[in-house]
Design a binder for this molecule. Sequence first.
Ligand SMILES: *Cc1c(COP(=O)(O)O)cnc(C)c1O
Length: 431
Amino acid sequence: MICNNLGVNEKGHLTFAGFDTVELAEKYQTPAYIMDEQKIREKCRIYKKAMSEYFGGESMPLFASKSLCFKHIYKIMAEEGMGIDVVSSGELYTAASTGFPMEKAYFHGNNKTDFDISFGMDKGIGYFMCDNADELKVINAFAKDRGIKQKVILRLTPGIDPHTHAKISTGKVDSKFGAAIETGQAKELLELALSMDNIDVKGFHCHIGSQIFEYKPFCDAAIIMIKFIVDMKSELGFETDTLNIGGGMGVKYVESDPEIDYAANIKGIAELIKGECAKYGVKMPQILMEPGRSIVADAGLTLYTVGGRKEISGFRNYVSIDGGMPDNPRYTLYQSPYTVVVANKMNEKADYECTIAGRCCESGDLIQEGVSIAKPVRGDIIAVLTTGAYNYAMASNYNAIAKPPVIMLNGNDSYVAVRRETFEDMTACQN
Ligand SMILES: *Cc1c(COP(=O)(O)O)cnc(C)c1O
């Protein structure tokens, strides 16, 4: 099994966090997102421990809200001592409504509206991750109106050569995010920020991409960022307090993905950063990381009920399920690989090759192609594994299909963290 919270019981049913998933499907109906609270906490602790051990006590992981956002997640993050990043006023509102400590919240995004900036300040957000000069000016003006000095971290693009790292693209010079170091825009943004009375520049941020299995790309980015820190110290006399190296550590979705040792990766990055700082004689900054997927992905799976099979000879077999792109658009969007099993037939031979099709009126509404599973019949339960990140968070109401509930498993308890949407919920905003 791809994660240690999965198993098979004496009935031949898939178990998750110690629960029989077939019983869960009966109790909560399908489709349903099922989440393992202990796994989320375990991942938070891996990051917390490794970061404090290797980077020092000031360091902090920030949970990337965009990967999974609902109230209960923020209660867990607060209890685990995590910070958070948010990318919209909606995420910020959700976190704030649970009493999450706002000084540990960081506001991201390449286009923060005036509303976002003032909403963030009204909520007492700790930091804005400032993306560009236009928003910096608004942050400064609004901070002045409020008589405060707003802490900001400048988002930079380290310009990692895409020819050597084809898979990681958000840190390229040609990106909608941040200011490029290579073109001189990063320095200009810093100079502008330093000239402003109501801006307190704490440091720099970069995020190179997602689903990265090795730590070398993070090191490559860190080398460039530290070089920039060194240059800004000598050119502008600016001393950096904080360096945020972003999120993006990978997750095992299918057997062929490597096993990832998060603590070892963090150790490798820390050794490099410490070495670079010592080499250039700059103080070691507080290090922040922003894991999303690697905190919640394998803490989740989705349960569906099979509607039927369609065997098209000479072509392929389709298995239809009672969910699809509204609850998991990731295969449709970018052909994301997933492991699929028939939860009530775990001991049967998985030799039925098929495409798992959603229920939307859209040919591209597929969850996975070319998987081998036990031959299913109508009523069987399909589990799609590792759906804790970017599934509920990306869910839509396409075809006026209601969003599934999020069920949390915790030891001997299961509880509803997000209830199933109703038709009334879906039409509540409509006049
Ligand atoms: C998406 C994103 C993250 C989280 O990425 P994961 O791959 O989920 O860890 C963190 N920081 C920024 C700026 C992002 O855009």
